[in-house]
Design a protein around this ligand. Structure first.
Ligand SMILES: *Cc1c(COP(=O)(O)O)cnc(C)c1O
Length: 397
């Protein structure tokens, strides 16, 4: 991660195909486009790679989450269970629909704790949204059992774990719906873009229509199409999709590089007494975009993070502080600071996030450090980095 590190002529060629015809839109203008349908091409290839029947591209990972929820009928007042450690897109995408985010603790997988999820279910719960943070996954088998028991949707946010798998299935393809981001810092990028995958034909048709103003996409006269439902504009542009076509072809090469670099770092840190690693659920395979490890306690983790920086090791994250991927950093959410009045369902139903006890999450995040795994590092550079990391951490333990 990120895919822009290995950007090259392959991407340029795809973009030039689009620039030559000048058709920057994914729909229509059939006669002008020289047979180029980059968004469609990306969708077909992505669905295939992700072992899913359907893929709908959209303008971002955040819009993918909103489109996925809307396609499955999640709306005003419905509760969606999400983790305390995630990107802000999780609650943004839920609240955009007037639905209510319900935050619950994570466990040592750094993702949703199934026991905490089960406790948070109410008569209004509609969906469980695990977020596969930093390259590895939630315990999807446990979450699926809960979803089956309570008749809930399982929506996987696989934006940070593209290419990983669980129980032999690509992450994103295990639940009812899966979402991906191709923003500029993701494992494959197209500048801005996202995708929803599903095996459910109804959700797919809904997603296809919803992301394009409700257009039915039947026939080839856009102006004459009907609009079975209200929609919105979450379309991807043909230019962005073109970059994605080239990046997707490189995905498996990227994953192999990440795995090599990850393994070097992990092996070096395994030698340091006191360092342990994030739990990967049984049958899970990471995408190796981060090495995530624990120090024995929060004081040591903070010290280790500082020592890493002082020793010139970049791209290490202590999410617990000075970052915006943990509830600690979401003052605007905790105090519902919105530009305009929020839907009354959100205002009346949302938990008081200033008072909710997230000490279980704190206990894990306080000890967690993540090292990004870059694609452009040579094996020698990674070895040097790994040795420096081990030394810096050792010095504080
Ligand atoms: C990047 C990301 C998103 C949102 O993607 P954008 O394309 O930036 O909107 C959502 N969830 C997670 C976990 C992410 O890392």
């Amino acid at each position: 991660m990120p895919g822009f590190e290995l950007f090259g002529n392959e991407e340029r060629k795809e973009v030039n195909d689009v620039l030559k015809s000048g058709v920057l839109m994914r729909y229509g203008f059939d006669g002008m486009r020289n047979g180029h349908w980059k968004a469609k091409e990306f969708e077909i290839a992505f669905a295939k790679r992700m072992d899913s029947k359907h893929c709908q591209l959209v303008s971002s990972g955040t819009s993918a989450l909103t489109v996925a929820l809307a396609s499955a009928g999640v709306g005003a007042g419905d509760e969606v269970i999400m983790p305390t450690f995630t990107f802000v897109a999780s609650f943004e995408s839920i609240m955009a629909l007037g639905a209510v985010p319900v935050l619950v603790d994570i466990d040592d997988t750094l993702t949703l704790d199934p026991a905490a999820v089960e406790k948070a279910i109410t008569s209004k719960t509609k969906c469980i949204m695990p977020v596969h943070m930093c390259g590895s996954m939630a315990d999807l088998a446990a979450l699926k059992r809960i979803c089956d028991k309570h008749k809930l949707l399982l929506l996987e946010d696989a934006c940070q774990a593209i290419g990983g798998s669980f129980d032999g299935k690509p992450l994103g393809a295990y639940g009812d719906l899966g979402c991906f981001s191709f923003d500029f810092v993701k494992t494959i990028t197209c500048g801005e873009g996202g995708a929803v995958i599903t095996n459910n034909e109804k959700y797919y048709i809904n997603a296809d229509q919803y992301q394009d103003h409700g257009h039915d996409h039947i026939g080839n006269d856009r102006g004459a199409e009907t609009h079975p439902h209200l929609g919105y504009n979450f379309r991807i542009s043909e230019l962005n999709a073109a970059v994605g076509v080239a990046q997707l072809r490189k995905l498996d090469d990227f994953l192999a590089i990440q795995k090599r670099n990850y393994t070097i770092i992990r092996n070096a840190l395994s030698e340091v007494d006191g360092v342990t690693f994030r739990r990967v659920p049984e049958t899970g395979v990471e995408n190796y975009s981060f090495v995530n490890f624990f120090l024995p306690n929060a004081t040591l983790a903070e010290k280790a993070h500082k020592a890493l920086g002082e020793n010139g090791v970049d791209a290490c994250f202590y999410w617990f502080k000075n970052n915006w991927h943990y509830i600690n950093g979401w003052e605007h959410l905790r105090n519902l600071k919105s530009l305009a009045p929020l839907p009354k369902e959100i205002k009346t139903q949302i938990q008081d996030l200033n008072k909710t006890d997230f000490s279980k999450s704190d206990a894990i995040m306080g000890r967690t450090i993540s090292s990004l795994v870059k694609l452009s590092w040579t094996a020698d550079q990674v070895k040097e980095r790994a040795a420096k990391m081990a030394q810096a951490i050792q010095s504080v333990i």
